[in-house]
Design a protein around this ligand. Structure first.
Ligand code: PMV
Length: 362
């Protein structure tokens, strides 16, 4: 597949107005995407768990304009209220996808969006938000194209392709449970353009894996991920880092199949710390972890050592800590969180999530 395959040729149907609603999940990367080339092409492949509870629900209302105009025409409502400050991001998204969705300027849109998780939780909503909107746009395209829109695979691929142009990691938020994005020589079907369902064996243990997100810092982060990605250009360790991501994906093939949790833990934690090491060694350098992030990491290591429970952490581009563990340890680990980790969370808050099946049309 190339970009050209996503440029539609003709639409057979005329649609005056309508609405569609999609609910799309967030995802948490195990091998991290950090660094990109032109057009949201990742500098290295990544793999993520799709989450089940942290979701964005987006309703798209569309009404055909009497005359096609030369601008994108949309209103944006977040949790029921008009939200002007989200508009530039959507405007930019529309500009990036126009070539692939040439009908956008023919419609007036109202976009109603809300998250299942608190807005100021430090959880990025761009992955679930962009994928939900991309899916709504694909539903409109499907109606316009009717029989032309090949099949479900094409629908999901193009939705992922569009979401990627909104926010890179959003392309991993269309399907479940394990999604790979970025060309890798030993992963057939892998692509820089969209995420694919991980094509190899996945041990049952991973299909119900838990992710408890400890909200260490709910504020806006000081450095955005687009700035961070850009700092990988000319980064002294970039080449080694990108090679390491390829090799970690190689190693995970065996681990996903066998369910070897010790090896899983060592790759996942190394990936999280490497991501932050890249931030700390870029120019300019920056630190997104907070003292409580480190307190929690140390507590996890002690708990794992003393109880032999297979729990590990991963981090996004922020201070919050994702605790990953098999479902069978849920009770024991929630007890550990309440007794020892809640104290390090802002207002004692955390969110229980788990691996999920992907986006749903409502
Ligand atoms: O999708 P972006 O551009 O916000 O980048 C996200 C990057 C990380 O969350 C840090 C890693 C990843 O692979 O999700």
């Amino acid at each position: 597949m190339t970009e050209k395959d996503f440029i539609p040729t003709q639409f057979s149907n005329k649609i005056e107005k309508g609405e569609v609603t999609w609910q799309a999940p967030s995802n948490i990367a195990l091998v991290k995407y950090w660094g990109k080339k032109e057009n949201q092409v990742p500098a290295n492949p990544s793999v993520s768990f799709t989450l089940n509870n942290c979701k964005t629900t987006t309703k798209l209302e569309f009404q055909k304009k009497s005359k096609r105009s030369d601008s994108f025409d949309f209103e944006l409502y977040f949790e029921g209220k008009k939200k002007e400050d989200f508009k530039p991001k959507i405007q930019q998204f529309f500009e990036r996808i126009e070539l692939y969705c040439p009908f956008l300027k023919e419609y007036k849109f109202k976009i109603y969006t809300e998250n299942s998780f608190p807005h100021s939780s430090g959880i990025a909503s761009s992955a679930s938000g962009m994928s939900a909107l991309a899916l709504c746009i694909m539903s409109l395209e499907k109606e316009l194209a009717s029989n032309d829109l090949k099949n479900e695979d094409y629908f999901n691929q193009k939705a992922s392709f569009l979401a990627r142009l909104g926010s890179g990691s959003a392309c991993r938020s269309i399907e479940g449970e394990l999604i790979e994005w970025g060309e890798h020589k030993d992963i057939q079907g892998s692509s820089d353009l969209f995420g694919i369902k991980y094509p190899f064996e996945i041990n049952e243990v991973f299909k119900t894996f838990q992710d408890t997100i400890l909200l260490v810092d709910k504020g806006q982060k000081q450095v955005s991920s687009s700035v961070g990605h850009n700092l990988m250009h000319g980064h002294p360790f970039a080449k080694e880092r990108f090679a390491q991501a390829h090799s970690n994906l190689d190693k995970l093939k065996q681990i996903f199949a066998s369910g070897n949790l010790d090896e899983f833990i060592s790759i996942v934690e190394s990936e999280a710390l490497t991501l932050h090491a890249m931030m700390m060694s870029s120019n300019p350098y920056f630190i997104l972890m907070k003292p409580n992030t480190l307190e929690i990491i140390n507590k996890i290591w002690k708990f794992r050592e003393s109880t032999k429970t297979p729990i590990c952490f991963t981090l996004d581009a922020g201070a919050n800590v994702h605790l990953l563990y098999p479902e069978m340890y849920k009770e024991k680990i929630l007890e550990f969180i309440k007794n020892e980790l809640v104290a390090y969370c802002e207002k004692g808050q955390y969110i229980c999530d788990q691996v999920g099946k992907g986006a749903e049309k409502l």
